[in-house]
Design a protein around this ligand. Structure first.
Ligand code: BGC
Length: 296
């Protein structure tokens, strides 16, 4: 049910799609790859039109993290040096994946030796009908979100926090993804479908429901909970058939979806968004769970 490659080399060399990766140091986009911190300006690589995406050209997804076995799981560690991809401070990041029953828990932590910005997520693509199935458009999505952050034509948030009610972004009740994905709507046009950050209901910092996907064909259910303030629903619009998975079938447009729990895109440049700054002496901490189930 998770899209991916069948060998490590493909994960390290085919960087366009981020299958199963942990994008960083800053997941999603930073406008013009620029931000200010403590009066200093920083420039990141522009690897997505005019913007920096997922930490830049050689972001965290291009690295083979070191791995250590822990109880019921594995802990991955990456040390990103001061100045890596233009970001200040040596950042030490850990992601612990543990399995309990049908729940995979991802626990992220990080520390820095200089003020920096951080936003980590998991970029797994799901297709509940099975990896290699042609489309996710028949799956039903629920998002625990009454608001989302509209974007400009380069997918940078405008700064507005908009209500989903009455728009194709209203997933407060289970809705078939394909129903409105091609609706006449500028937001959907900019992104070629859903590729937007939703504001997760409830208090950031507490683990609470964020999303649920139901596949009527198989009865399979994926439930996502997170401590993060937001979740990016990406419908795999940019998959183009060039990547192939273990089943051999090409991963075509909208054959997988991502639910990337996160801070909002471009937060370092948006004063009204929750802060993504990490200071020395503080620890970044974030938890997301993916739970599989069956409902008939
Ligand atoms: C972004 C998409 C991007 C994709 C890369 C997602 O997190 O929102 O716009 O194309 O990552 O595979």
């Amino acid at each position: 049910m998770v899209l991916g490659y069948n060998n490590l080399g493909d994960y390290l060399h085919n960087q366009e799609f981020y299958f199963g990766a942990v994008p960083g140091r800053y997941a999603n986009r930073i406008a013009h790859g620029k931000f200010m911190l403590d009066g200093k300006s920083y420039q990141l690589p522009l690897n997505n039109g005019p913007n920096s995406l997922h930490g830049g050209t050689n972001g965290f997804a291009t690295h083979n993290w070191s791995a250590k076995e822990i109880a019921n799981g594995v802990e991955f560690t990456l040390v990103s040096p001061d100045g890596d991809q233009g970001y200040p401070g040596t950042l030490t990041a850990h992601v612990r994946y543990t399995l309990a029953g049908a729940t995979v828990r991802m626990e992220y932590s990080a520390t820095t030796d200089k003020p920096t910005v951080i936003n980590l997520t998991n970029h797994a693509y799901f297709n509940l009908s099975g990896e290699g199935s042609p489309s996710i458009l028949g799956e039903k999505l629920t998002l625990d979100a009454d608001q989302y952050t509209p974007v400009d034509s380069t997918l940078i948030p405008t700064g507005q926090i908009a209500a989903v009610a009455g728009t194709p972004f209203d997933f407060t009740h289970a809705t078939t993804i394909g129903d409105r994905i091609d609706a006449a709507n500028d937001q959907l046009k900019f992104a070629g479908g859903y590729d937007h950050n939703f504001v997760v209901r409830g208090t950031p910092g507490t683990l609470r429901p964020a999303a649920k996907v139901y596949d009527p064909a198989s009865g399979r259910v994926l439930s996502v909970a997170t401590t993060e303030p937001g979740i990016q629903f990406y419908a795999g619009n940019f998959l183009d058939g060039s990547a192939k998975g273990p089943s051999g079938g090409p991963y075509v447009k909208r054959s997988g979806l991502c639910l990337e729990t996160q801070h909002y895109p471009d937060s370092p440049n948006q004063a009204n968004f929750p802060s993504t700054e990490l200071k020395p002496g503080h620890t970044y901490h974030s938890v997301t769970t993916f739970t599989m189930g069956v409902e008939k």
